[in-house]
Write a protein that binds this ligand. Structure first.
Ligand code: CMP
Length: 133
């Protein structure tokens, strides 16, 4: 079984659609192996998104990710990384396919409702960031 890290971002938590997103995750066949409600500090958000530190959107992204509660989860399935990325859709909700979570619930390229690891190696690093041991 493969694992990936998923985050229900603060925009979705604020809209009170955590339940809808968790339902979709379960309907897609993922097992939720770990799950925690967090309110990240800006430094924790900066650490998580360190690969984007040189991007123009880094500061705004970290401000947003620390603006309220979020849900971090470890999802398990065969090909979990790829499957979760398909369920989320493209980063920009305007470009995401109909039926994807970002198309349904994303507000902008930054406030795009959910996060998912982009590769197996990234997933291992991201899971360890939130769920040590
Ligand atoms: P995520 O999948 O969590 O990975 C990095 C995040 O940075 C991305 O979703 C968006 O929230 C944000 N992001 C990516 N590209 C941009 C952009 N061009 N402008 C603003 N935010 C972005």
């Amino acid at each position: 079984m493969e694992r990936t890290l998923a985050i229900i971002k603060p925009d979705a938590a604020k809209k009170r659609i955590i339940g809808k997103i968790v339902t979709r995750i379960e309907e897609e066949g993922f097992a939720i192996a770990r799950m925690r409600l967090v309110h990240l500090t800006k430094d924790e958000a900066k650490g998580f998104y360190i690969v984007h530190k040189d991007k123009g959107f880094y500061d705004s992204l970290c401000e947003f990710m620390s603006s309220g509660p979020a849900v971090v989860m470890v999802l398990e399935a065969e090909n979990a990384v790829k499957l979760w990325r398909e369920v989320m859709g493209a980063t920009d909700p305007a470009l995401a396919k109909t039926g994807t979570l970002r198309r349904a619930y994303g507000f902008s390229i930054e406030r795009n409702a959910v996060h998912g690891s982009d590769a197996r190696e990234t997933a291992a690093w991201e899971i360890n960031y939130f769920f040590k041991g």
